[in-house]
Design a protein around this ligand. Structure first.
Ligand code: R5P
Length: 287
């Protein structure tokens, strides 16, 4: 087995290479003057099992993944497993309005054309795995995120909406604390409404855990609610830290104690590594 690293996920690929004790393939990825992408595999990978590791965000990284898949096929790889730490477009997992695409399905189908297996981390909804036409699996970073909090004296884990309750419950069990959830309504891509709810958070240290922080609106409103109710330190953690626009500023203005994300998307907040959970799913699915 060998690892082909996309430029969006180099540190995850390096960690996986150490975890699995397999080499990283020599390759280059560069841009032509007109910004088109060029990739090339330098090593002989004929008849090898290849893990291509590439987050599909932002868009330019999707094209890179397609080219890497094609290069691996053309070089005679025996089996291609695509590891997608953050699967972009997963939130458009249905036609919410007439005339819309099912973006997650379009992505999954295209990726499936030149791969034998797909693995991703905390997809927004699990059912998107069925959009792949190859075996597809997911893993969750919740254990690793919860472990990060073990020495932070957390009294309560909070899910910013019911959809995140499962994750919050699991994390609370690992940390050994209470859990609760908020009631969120999304008004549009940038605005959410969080209903005030009594959270018994007076004087408590709270960790809010979600799959994604994008604009930061969900987390900022949740922090506001907690602070109004007298919470002490409020931490926010997510698997996928997109931190779009002024997200970080919003969180800081709301009084966040610390921002934590995994390295599915590399940023200054990537404090939790996801390679160990990817290794587990690789091992459990016999690769
Ligand atoms: C939505 O259901 C997701 O789980 C996240 O809560 C959402 O994507 C966060 O978005 P934002 O940071 O823009 O509020």
């Amino acid at each position: 087995m060998m690892i082909l690293s996309g430029t969006a996920s180099e540190s995850v690929a390096e960690d996986l290479s150490k975890e699995l004790n397999v080499p990283i393939i020599n390759s280059i990825s560069k841009r032509f003057p007109d910004d088109e992408l060029y990739v090339r595999i330098h090593d002989d990978i004929k008849n090898e099992e290849i893990l291509i590791v590439q987050t599909t965000y932002p868009d330019k990284n999707i094209m890179e993944l397609f080219l890497l898949q094609d290069a691996a096929k053309e070089s005679g790889a025996k089996k291609i497993t695509v590891v997608i730490p953050y699967f972009g477009y997963a939130r458009q997992d249905t036609k919410f309005k007439d005339g819309e695409p099912i973006s997650a399905k379009a992505m999954a189908q295209l990726i499936s054309l030149k791969a034998d297996k797909a693995i991703t981390v905390d997809p927004h909804k699990e059912h998107i795995l069925k959009f792949f036409t190859i075996p597809a699996f997911s893993t969750s970073a919740v254990n690793e995120i919860a472990s990060y909090f073990k020495d932070k004296e957390i009294d309560m884990v909070l899910a910013p909406d019911k959809g995140a309750l499962n994750r919050a419950t699991k994390a609370s069990k690992i940390i050994g604390c209470d859990f609760d959830y908020m009631e969120k309504t999304r008004l549009d891509g940038e605005t959410v409404e969080i209903k005030p709810k009594s959270l018994e958070s007076e004087g408590k240290n709270v960790a809010i855990i979600d799959d994604i922080i994008s604009t930061g609106g969900t987390m900022a409103k949740s922090i506001n609610q907690l602070k109004k109710q007298g919470a002490n330190k409020v931490y926010v953690a997510c698997t996928h830290g997109l931190f779009a626009g002024e997200a970080v500023k919003k969180l800081k203005n709301a009084g966040v104690e610390e921002i934590i994300s995994t390295d599915t998307i590399q940023s200054e907040f990537s404090k939790v590594k996801i390679a160990p959970c990817i290794k587990k799913v690789l091992t459990n699915t016999n690769i």
